[in-house]
Each structure stands twice: as structure tokens, then as C-alpha cells.
Design a protein around this ligand. Structure first.
Ligand code: ZN
Length: 100
């Protein structure tokens, strides 16, 4: 088999291939599907029969985060970590002082 030969019918389709349930049209997820972005999500329709394949709801995490979006959570986690270590050090100091 050469690199330019079409895939054999028994070969599994490449990953990220979508199939139209109505007319068996198939294409990569970035292929020729009619994609419509709305505020509520992304809709994929078949270019041949217009059947809606899937509707991906718009989640906050479905798009690349904007720079700095995660900083409040990072700062909170860092603060929690510092407080945990402070409490541990205070307890260890108390135990060491209590034993002497
Ligand atoms: Zn179709």
C-alpha cells in the first residue's frame, strides 16, 4: 500500500471522523461539515442532507482560556498551601518545644 492509495473498506476510519447517521457522509471533524457557532454552542450539520449531527454546548472550558484566567485559582491554591505549611510548622514547633 502506498501513501496515496485510498483506505481499504475494512480499515478503521481516522480519529476525529464524524459520520452522518442519515446519509453515511463521513468527514474529519474539521472537514466539510456545516458548522454554526452560536452563543449556546456549536452545531454540526451534514453538507449533503442537512441532518444535524451533533450540538456541542458552549462550556466555559471548551475554548482556550484567556491569559490570566486561572490566576485567581492559582493564587488561592498557593495561599492554601502556605497556610497548610504554616500550620504544620507551628504544630511541629509546638511538639518540639513540648518535648524539651
Ligand atoms: Zn447526511
Amino acid at each position: 500500500m502506498t501513501a496515496q492509495s485510498p483506505p481499504a473498506p475494512d480499515d478503521p476510519p481516522p480519529k476525529a471522523t464524524l459520520f452522518c447517521p442519515a446519509c453515511d457522509h463521513r468527514s474529519h471533524v474539521d472537514g466539510d461539515w456545516l458548522v454554526r457557532e452560536t452563543a449556546r454552542g456549536t452545531r454540526y450539520r451534514c453538507p449533503d442532507c442537512r441532518t444535524e449531527l451533533t450540538h456541542r454546548p458552549a462550556f466555559e472550558g471548551s475554548r482556550p482560556p484567556r491569559p490570566g484566567t486561572h490566576w485567581p485559582a492559582v493564587v488561592r491554591a498557593w495561599g492554601d498551601s502556605v497556610r497548610t505549611w504554616q500550620a504544620l510548622c507551628q504544630r511541629l514547633t509546638w511538639l518540639a518545644v513540648g518535648r524539651t
